[in-house]
Design a protein around this ligand. Structure first.
Ligand SMILES: Nc1ncnc2c1ncn2[C@@H]1O[C@H](COP(=O)(O)OP(=O)(O)OP(=O)(O)O)[C@@H](O)[C@H]1O
Ligand SMILES: [Mg+2]
Length: 420
């Protein structure tokens, strides 16, 4: 039976590596513990004193439910048993990196460890600098893998004025992406007050909202996230906005750190943002793949849309990143399409038909099936399918430094804002 000497803390800083150690001798175990305490970015190791497994035993149960980032395996007491355990971890937990530790420096011993899936081989006595270098190599491999996997397309929805349908379109499109296109999709309601996404999805207001999650950005990990999420029957995940009429205090850096993490968990991140280009919105616009500027054929909405496009150009946001969606489209509107495109100096990306009663039914029930067969559904489904097609959205992805990396170039004094 394995013994856990020190249990990993439940909440940990995002990016902290979790360690498991198999059959380390007493001196090596102590050296590892000291190392974990003295260096940042490591959880206390889960220490196990057997090579885990009889065939048929559950590997995860042997590891006490942990999927460690790194498993250190001491090969000295039973090299064959160590090799079998390492090979099984390698096969069943491919995200766990294996480090062999041994006093045997012969090539046969090294080969045995490498063949069983160990990517690093450290000699005893365990030297802190060698362990540090090995962990750094593992960390950078994980970072590269994470970057390759962190494929979420980030789509911003911004209405050119209140009530033009930004939230309605974001929720409906999110449902299509999740349900029909089978994409892992999250809608984050970034409205500081009166966000309606939960309401439109028919989800009872969950206890926490997006900005609560952002408040916990520095300890955000895969264990913490689910307690903040609400799931719609379509498979769409939601991080709702606050219910209170008092805007939360926002930290741009915390929001960006949160979104950086979320980007790694989903295929699509849909952000329902308030109108305007304050510091946070500008960062989001720069980092997203698409800004969908939702407008309607009304004077104020079009004036605001034109102003925003102008401002985006002044801020050097590439023009092709923003796509104008004309919502509640009707052939006999106050303004003809040609007048609208002239005023905006930009073509329309999509025209979404005006189907108020059907949409109202769908939004009130949180159920897109109320729209089944409608022109609106066909339109949104085509939009979702276009997005889900391979290589559909280009635009600047957040760079290797992530969104926070971008922020570190902006003056510290301007990082915080009070939503107003
Ligand atoms: N294509 C459409 N056809 C008919 N009605 C629509 C359409 N799109 C949205 N609406 C209606 O417009 C109203 C406002 O929609 P919504 O709340 O999504 O707007 P918003 O831009 O998010 O507003 P807010 O500024 O409050 O965030 C809702 O009643 C919605 O049903
Ligand atoms: Mg809205």
């Amino acid at each position: 039976m394995s013994t856990q000497l020190s249990s990993p803390s439940h909440f940990t800083a995002a990016g902290a590596l979790s360690l498991a150690a198999l059959c380390l001798d007493a001196d090596t175990a102590e050296a590892l513990r000291d190392f974990a305490v003295s260096r940042g970015g490591l959880r206390p190791p889960l220490e196990l004193h057997t090579y885990l497994l009889a065939p048929g035993d559950s590997l995860l149960a042997s590891l006490e439910g942990e999927r460690p980032d790194i498993c250190l395996v001491d090969f000295d007491s039973d090299p064959a048993g160590a090799a079998r355990a390492a090979a099984r971890i390698h096969a069943e937990l491919p995200d766990t990196d294996l480090i062999a530790i041994s006093q045997d420096g012969h090539s046969q011993a090294i080969l045995l460890a490498m063949r069983s899936g160990c990517g690093e081989y450290l000699s005893k006595p365990l030297a802190a600098d060698e362990l540090g270098q090995a962990l750094e190599r593992v960390r950078s491999r994980k970072r590269e893998l994470g970057a390759a996997r962190s494929g979420a397309q980030v789509l911003l929805f911004m209405g050119s004025k209140g009530g033009v349908g930004a939230t309605a379109l974001a929720t409906q499109l999110g449902m299509h992406l999740a349900q029909h296109c089978h994409r892992r999709t999250l809608l984050a309601d970034l409205q500081p007050v009166a966000g309606a996404a939960a309401l439109y999805l028919g989800i009872a207001q969950p206890p926490y909202h997006f900005f609560d999650l952002a408040d916990n950005a520095n300890r955000l990990d895969q264990e913490l996230l689910p307690s903040f999420l609400a799931r719609h029957a379509s498979g769409l995940d939601l991080l709702p906005g606050p219910e209170s009429a008092i805007p939360p205090r926002l930290s741009t850096s915390a929001v960006l750190q949160t979104l950086d993490f979320l980007r790694g968990q989903y295929d699509f991140l849909l952000l329902d943002c308030p109108y305007g280009l304050d510091e946070l919105n500008l960062e989001l616009v720069r980092a997203c793949q698409r800004l969908y500027l939702i407008t309607v054929a009304e004077l104020v909405a079009l004036r605001n849309a034109a102003r925003l496009l102008q401002l985006l150009a002044e801020k050097d946001v590439p023009r092709e990143k923003t796509q104008v969606v004309l919502n509640r489209y009707a052939k006999r509107a106050a303004f003809a399409d040609a007048q609208i495109t002239r005023a905006l100096k930009q073509e329309l990306f999509r025209k979404i038909p005006n189907q108020y009663p059907q949409l109202l039914r769908a939004l009130s029930a949180g159920d897109a099936s109320a729209l089944a067969g409608s022109e609106l559904t066909r339109n949104l489904q085509a939009w979702a399918e276009m997005l889900a097609a391979p290589g559909a959205v280009d635009g600047a992805r957040p760079g290797a430094r992530g969104w926070l990396g971008r922020l570190s170039r902006t003056p510290a004094s301007s990082r915080e804002r009070m939503a107003a």
